[in-house]
Design a protein around this ligand. Structure first.
Ligand SMILES: N[C@@H](CCC(=O)N[C@@H](CS)C(=O)NCC(=O)O)C(=O)O
Length: 328
């Protein structure tokens, strides 16, 4: 399946590049295929509507696309607040060479980044081109995030966080205030529920779909030509895809569903600053990580305006602090 989808979008893109007369059509196919490929295993599975192309009955999901979502939150105001500081890791536990292979707007990648930023682990970023994936040619695993830690590749966001946690969080120091079952339950909720709210919201109408793809196109690893095709064809494709996803997840009103999820999370906090109590735990970091890319999009602004999640989100921004990403 994966091989077939890669061939589909590689060949669609090649056709687009080589055949100017069929440019528009091919670009749409290529971008749709990218969207399908990058999101397929992110969020959900769905069938592309008949009529878009018999051969391209994409199984889509939104993750990569949530990708659409922008990690713009990263640039929101950071309030220096001693009460909500980063966790400090013993220097000898911090790996020397950490490299994140990612799509900038991918929610799973942002989950890993929230963890690395909070624990102040310096990391380099390699932005993967979703069409060629040449940056991860060396890897059998073809999704992102992939994290290499002193040369050892780790895959799958939750597993990466577990393994990194085991390496850097000394049990005695108990840097994560862990409350076991509750923390795990809400980490699962992020992967099983919260991420599915993202795409129907960020692509819910043409202007929001364009806003999302504008971010993706400007922050992803694309050639100039791919950039424009991704923005316009991607936005168009994802507008339709998001309608399918709503059906799949029984969402009638996507904004209401997003607000519900935000309220559910605030209820889970039960008056605590963080699910982890006075410090974020891995569930706090997971919720924050997947929401960070949408925070500055219309859907994220609406969410903060219409729910009680804003205060927790601001505490998380303070706690996670500035990115520990090593600028190239
Ligand atoms: N369960 C994985 C999901 C990772 C995933 O689906 N990543 C998407 C991007 S958000 C992906 O790489 N899709 C495949 C593709 O782009 O071809 C995780 O948590 O890391």
């Amino acid at each position: 399946m994966r091989r077939a989808s890669i061939l589909t979008y590689s060949s669609a893109l090649s056709r687009a590049l080589l055949s100017p007369t069929k440019q528009h059509n091919s670009l749409f196919q290529a971008t749709s295929a990218y969207v399908a490929g990058s999101s397929r295993r992110c969020f959900s599975t769905f069938r592309f509507p008949r009529g878009y192309s018999g051969a391209t009955r994409f199984s889509l999901s939104l993750g990569g696309l949530a990708a659409a979502t922008v990690a713009v939150g990263c640039s929101s105001l950071l309030v220096e607040d001693e009460a909500y500081a980063k966790a400090h890791v013993k220097a000898d536990l911090v790996p020397k060479d950490v490299v994140l292979y990612q799509y900038e707007a991918c929610p799973f990648c942002n989950k890993v980044k929230a963890f690395l930023d909070y624990y102040d682990v310096p990391y380099k970023v390699v932005e993967v081109n979703p069409f060629s994936k040449k940056e991860i040619k060396w890897s059998e695993y073809k999704k992102v995030p992939i994290l290499t830690v002193d040369g050892e590749p780790l895959v799958d966001s939750s597993a990466i966080i577990d393994q990194m946690g085991n390496k850097i969080i000394s049990s005695k120091a108990s840097l994560v205030v862990s409350n076991g079952d509750e923390e795990n339950k809400w980490r699962r909720w992020v992967d099983d529920h919260l991420v599915h709210m993202l795409s129907p919201n960020i692509y819910r109408n043409t202007s929001e779909a364009l806003e999302s793809f504008d971010y993706i196109a400007n922050n992803g690893n694309f050639s100039t030509y791919e950039k424009y095709s991704v923005k316009y064809a991607g936005a168009a494709a994802m507008y339709f895809v998001s309608k399918k996803l709503k059906k799949k997840y029984n969402i009638t009103d996507e904004r209401a569903a997003l607000y519900d999820a935000a309220e559910t999370w605030v209820d889970a906090l039960d008056g605590r600053d963080f699910l982890g109590g006075s410090k974020p735990n891995l569930a706090d970091l997971a919720v924050f990580g997947v929401l960070r890319p949408i925070r500055q999009l219309k859907s994220g602004k609406d969410m903060v305006e219409h729910t009680r999640i804003g205060e927790w989100y601001s505490r998380m921004e303070s706690a996670v602090g500035e990115s520990s990403r090593i600028k190239a």
